[in-house]
Design a protein around this ligand. Structure first.
Ligand code: NAP
Length: 312
């Protein structure tokens, strides 16, 4: 494994676009608008320069406001931060892609995006309802559009210049490979759940071979208890190296070559989660030998987010 000098400021080059993605990212899946404002501000102050958003999170306006105020107050240039947002499932029709992208840009108060992702490979019934259901409560899918159709519309966004890079989220190799093979502009980033209980080793290997950055969400296992914070291997390494379990988990993710998203909601946790440093090789090996396997987020099965209230 590569041992970067400073994990906190590591940036990974992308296969297209001009940007390099900061390995340490702050995720904005925060249901409360007031907490979104303070947590985004605190993350920027702690040193995070990579912000992950989504149309579906319903808080792009708050993130945009916090970033605008924070950049001005801290004299940080727009070019020094990396902002991602995601196309929601009900906007997969090619004619919906550019309007959805422009609406996100407007809410985020930005002139361009560093990265735009297709949030999930599932197309929902097109329209304003983000969670379309039939009378039995089942999701209404859209059979009239393929993932490749949507991908081609994202490629056009890159051509138009306001979108620096594009990628996918919540995909496995079965969805990723056909897009990589058919795309004019290959995915730069794939965002999936990944942590020591779901290392996604095969997907990571494929991504490395194809110049794709694997961006891990739930690097702390969504903070669920019992979970990674109580794992004996993580606890023993944390006490040995004088770091917290969260810092051990985040360092492991960066050192294995992924980028990551974490969502601290207090200033103290933002500082804690940013203050990571390299683990020794024997600690990395111990984590790699953990046998527990657990997927926490079911979004990959249906396209319905595991952590957003229905109708939110
Ligand atoms: N593509 C997708 O489908 C998808 C799905 C899920 C998430 N995401 C993205 O990934 C981001 C990361 O979300 P996540 O839930 O996976 O983040 P996470 O950082 O793995 O977990 C967040 C949870 O961990 C807790 N936590 C954070 N720092 C901690 C620390 N230092 N010590 C103890 N507990 C700590 C938080 O508690 P407090 O709230 O109490 O601080 C929260 O409950 C999201 O915001 C979103 O941007 C994407």
């Amino acid at each position: 494994m590569v041992e970067p000098a400073d994990l906190r400021t590591k940036r990974i080059p992308l296969s297209h676009g001009t940007g390099r993605i900061p390995a340490l990212g702050f995720g904005t899946l925060i249901p409360d608008p007031a907490v979104t404002l303070t947590a985004t501000r605190d993350a920027l102050e702690a040193g995070f320069r990579h912000f992950d958003c989504a149309e579906r999170y319903g808080n792009e306006r708050e993130v945009g406001m916090a970033l605008q105020v924070g950049l001005t107050a801290s004299k940080i240039a727009r070019e020094d931060i990396f902002v991602t947002t995601k196309l929601w499932n009900s906007n997969h029709r090619p004619e919906s892609v550019e309007p959805a992208f422009e609406a996100s840009l407007e809410r985020l108060r930005l002139a361009y995006l560093d990265l735009y992702l297709i949030h999930t490979p599932f197309a929902f019934q097109p329209g304003d309802n983000q969670d379309p259901r039939d009378q039995n409560g089942n999701v209404i899918y859209d059979q009239g559009v393929t993932l490749l159709d949507t991908w081609k519309a994202l490629e056009t966004l890159v051509d138009h210049g306001k979108c620096r890079a594009i990628g996918l989220s919540d995909v496995g190799l079965n969805e990723l490979k056909p897009i990589v093979e058919a795309a004019r502009i290959k995915p730069a980033v794939v965002q999936v759940e990944s942590h020591p209980y779901l290392p996604e080793t095969e997907l990571l290997e494929y991504c490395k071979q194809n110049g794709i950055v694997l961006l891990a969400f739930a690097p702390l296992g969504h903070g669920m208890k019992p979970g990674l914070f109580e794992d004996p291997v993580i606890l023993s390494i944390a006490s040995r190296v004088g770091k917290t379990p969260a810092q051990v988990l985040l360092a492991w993710a960066v050192q294995r070559g992924t980028a990551l998203l974490t969502t601290p909601t207090t200033a103290a946790r933002a500082r804690e989660n940013f203050d990571i440093s390299s683990l020794p090789q024997d600690a990395l090996d111990e984590i790699n030998r953990i046998q527990t396997r657990q997927r926490l987020n079911t979004v990959v099965n249906t396209g319905v987010p595991g952590f957003i209230a229905r109708g939110a």
